[in-house]
Write a protein that binds this ligand. Structure first.
Ligand code: PLP
Length: 405
């Protein structure tokens, strides 16, 4: 039985791939008193976050902010753009793609799942050529949307969204492109406008370093046009009234005031560091993490170096070693949470999150916890991954330290 009031010495290491640790600056910002969500001060906050978040999505178009988890924003993307019985082409990259498809089924859409067989699809990025072939065969344009996951959090694979856009264009197909970048946004390069995405779905608890509780739909003019004729039932999720009221910084209902204070602070932090520096920091940490895993002699879940995720690394455990038992050992001994294997990978892998405010030393401590836990579990390791990661990080100057030099 876990006691809720037990606090071991020091900080808990929350190294799951979201929710990511919330920086002190953001926690402090969220502790401001809650204000009247119809008063003048709130309007200024609303306008600030609604314009700032566009820079993170790299869009000039509206971004809708819901007081909901990412799953709500998934539903919003589907119900605002589609009608009952519409065919949608989805791509199986992993557990989250599978859940989004399940939701499409539940809403009365007709999803078709493309992908590689077995767990192969869970180790590779999206094959844009398969999407192009399928759309070329759909000469009657019955497929109304292509739905893909940018950063598949269950596996650690970041797909090439520009290539998916190109595939849709090459097929000359009018389907909407809906992208889940719930765990990619603000950690991995993402360009809503440039990549011609119609709806990007995201959430607060990953690269944005906020607690769970707010989520996003970035929309294109084509998506807004589709919403005018889409017939799936919707009320709370409906974009129209929200976009209209957002023009003055307000919402048609009570928004998550204190999470928006946090978002305002997160935007300052990310834009001050610079998005490119944020992405480079994530890439650097992911490289060091993979160095450690390779040195242990364990396979990284993502089998294609082109699409390694900068957000998390999936580590496959050898036959006979239950990854969840190793995670439990690490939790009990070192007060660190690692991501569990999901769906098809249950018990076969654990996931190391290196996103949000992660830095060189937080990664080193994380890898040390993993290495100690793997040794305690009796997993045979080829050599010390911690030493290899240290070597890697100390041979390359950290991009975030360049300002100090
Ligand atoms: N999609 C992806 C890629 C995710 O990582 C998650 C959550 O981790 C979700 C969807 C679901 O979001 P939420 O749990 O915030 O509802």
């Amino acid at each position: 039985m876990v006691k809720l009031d037990f606090h071991p010495a020091g900080r808990h290491f929350l190294q799951i791939p979201g929710p990511s640790p919330v920086p002190d600056r953001i926690l402090r910002a969220m502790s401001y008193p809650t204000i009247d969500h119809r008063g003048p001060e709130f309007g200024a906050l609303g306008l600030k976050v609604l314009s700032g978040i566009k820079k993170i999505f790299k869009t000039e178009q509206p971004v809708i902010i819901y007081p909901a988890s990412g799953t709500g924003a998934w539903e919003a993307a589907l119900v605002n753009t589609l009608s009952p019985g519409d065919a949608v082409l989805m791509y199986e990259t992993g557990h989250f793609a599978t859940l989004w498809k399940k939701m499409a089924d539940a809403l009365g859409l007709k999803p078709e799942f493309l992908g590689l067989p077995g767990i192969e699809g869970w180790r590779h990025g999206i094959r844009a050529d398969l999407i192009e072939d399928r759309l070329c065969k759909d000469s009657g344009h019955t497929i109304k949307a292509v739905c893909v996951v940018h950063n598949e959090t269950s596996t650690g694979v970041t797909s090439n969204i520009a290539a998916v856009r190109k595939a849709i264009d090459a097929a000359g197909h009018p389907a909407l492109l809906l992208v889940d970048s719930i765990s990619g946004l603000a950690s991995a390069d993402y360009r809503h406008d440039e990549w011609g995405v119609d709806v990007t779905v995201s959430g607060s608890q990953k690269g944005l370093m906020l607690p769970p509780g707010i989520s996003f739909n970035a929309v294109s003019p084509k998506a807004i046009a589709a919403s005018k004729v889409a017939k799936l039932p919707r009320a709370f999720w409906d974009w129209t009234e929200i976009i209209a009221m957002n023009a003055t910084g307000y919402w048609p209902y009570t928004p998550s005031t204190n999470l928006l204070y946090g978002l305002s602070e997160a935007l300052d932090m990310i834009l001050d560091e610079g998005l490119d520096n944020v992405f480079a920091r994530h890439q650097r940490l992911a490289e060091a993490c993979r160095k450690a895993v390779n040195t242990w002699g364990l396979p990284v879940q993502c089998a294609d170096p082109e699409v390694f995720s900068p957000v998390l690394t999936g580590v496959m455990t050898p036959e006979g070693f239950d990854a969840d038992k190793i995670r439990a050992l690490i939790y009990e001994n070192f007060d660190m949470s690692l991501g569990t294997g999901l769906g098809k990978m249950k018990g076969r892998m654990f996931r190391i999150g290196h996103l949000g405010e992660a830095n060189d030393l937080s990664l080193m401590a994380t890898l040390a916890g993993c290495e100690m836990g793997l040794r305690m579990a009796g997993v045979p390791l080829a050599a010390s991954g911690v030493l290899a990661a240290m070597e890697h990080l100390s041979s390359k100057k950290s991009p975030s330290m360049l300002k100090v030099a």
